[in-house]
Design a protein around this ligand. Sequence first.
Ligand code: ADP
Ligand code: GLC
Length: 491
Amino acid sequence: MRVLHVCTEVYPVVKTGGLADVTSALPLALTKLGCDVRILVPGFPSFQEYLIDKKLVFELPPRFNAFSIRVFVGTLPTNGLTVYFIDAPGLFDRPGNPYTNASNQDYLDNYRRFALLGWIAARLAEGMDTSWVPDVVHAHDWHAGLAPAYLRASEFWLKRKLAGSVFTVHNLAYQGNFPGHAFSEIDLPPHFFGVDGVEFHGQLSFIKAGLMYADKITTVSPTYAKEILRPENSFGLNGVLQKRIDDISGILNGVDTDVWNPAADEAIAIQYGLNSLASKAQCKTALQKETGLKVQNDAPLFCIVSRLAVQKGLDIVLDGLPEILGMGGQLIVLGTGDTSLESAFRNIAYAYPQSVSIHTGYDELKSHRVIAGSDIILLPSRYEPCGLTQLYGLRYGTLPLVHRVGGLADTVVNSSDENIKARTATGFTFDGFYYDAFMGSVRHAFALFKRKKEWQQIQHNAMRQQFTWEAAAKRYLALYEQVYRSHKPVS
Ligand code: ADP
Ligand code: GLC
């Protein structure tokens, strides 16, 4: 089975969030199951620099405002994955964030940039690389949403079946909606701009394209797959999702244990595992020293490693901070995004330098030190398609405190008395995005933190959890087989 993953980010080359973790770990896990996987990405400068053994595969006349279009294939030196990248001067050769300019504004021509990504996926499915033609195209998030539409368009023009397609929604809130007139520039048949196509309230919608034209749709956790079917969680896409209800399923993300493993993590002060959990205290001390917090082991150290976005619900932490600090807690924030959240945390860190520390910016190694050195990781997200940092927290014995939604509900078990007794407790969950619910959970964590034996038992339960990419890859493979069987090309 040949599967082409289409996406904009791949760890460790280009990463703005969890998508990148998924698009490196999942292809690798699929490869281990015998699937023949390749990835297609835009030729952002970092991909061009990072990939090795690059070879030109094909060249096409300019379109979508690119000066030229050349598709190369190369290898990711970290894991040997084969990656196609589109070298399109004028479109992708821009430094920094893949989606936004230096002032953090979306590029106005994003519709052309990511239309080209989907369009090339269809060319590969048509056989432009004669040595490798995908059976299934797996598109991730809105940026790749047009890939299934271009596949259908190609089939319409060529009158033959091409690859089957899967579209994964990592976050329904990010939709890639553009003014309707953009449709005339993206090379789809006119009848695709309709209510059963890519048109969304007069706009061109990339996510709707993925949702309408893919053979199967997945989300990154089972609970999120159910949640988005409720109108209030559908970000306006309820009608579309209801139409596709029978083709939607949730497959939980996993943890890349080559990257996130406290027993072999070279980024942290001292490695530790289930049988050497006492060493975690040294990671805490090192982290407190590094961030200028008061060195103390007897008070819980909370952390946040996150995009600072409304989705993540961090305003509730700001509301709760006076009480958290009053109870003797400490907080480290590693995050970047919304400037008002950044400055709110910065002001508190300025007033309480021994208790609160904020590091704005993106720092992969620091994220490991923060997660290893903290006692509790906070994810009070308003909604969370899956969430990965709670899974990293579990592995590192850093108990997640989460709003019980989406993937957080699927992965964290509350430390209720019964669950502690049954040895299933792995963290703290609260229901409803309310101050009292959140703080009730925080107070519960403070109380349990004092009961050292029980705390350690919960850490053990957490560290034993197995959220593997192998399990996820098996489910994707079954889905690919289903799609392939029902979408077999006619020879
Ligand atoms: P989302 O994709 O919604 O941002 P996830 O929990 O799925 O949330 O994934 C976030 C990923 O980004 C994790 O790998 C996390 O460690 C990483 N991350 C988030 N913020 C930072 C940061 N400031 N520095 C380093 N890594 C970060
Ligand atoms: C999105 C979601 C996050 C998920 C990640 C990877 O960014 O916000 O919940 O873990 O994609 O699938």
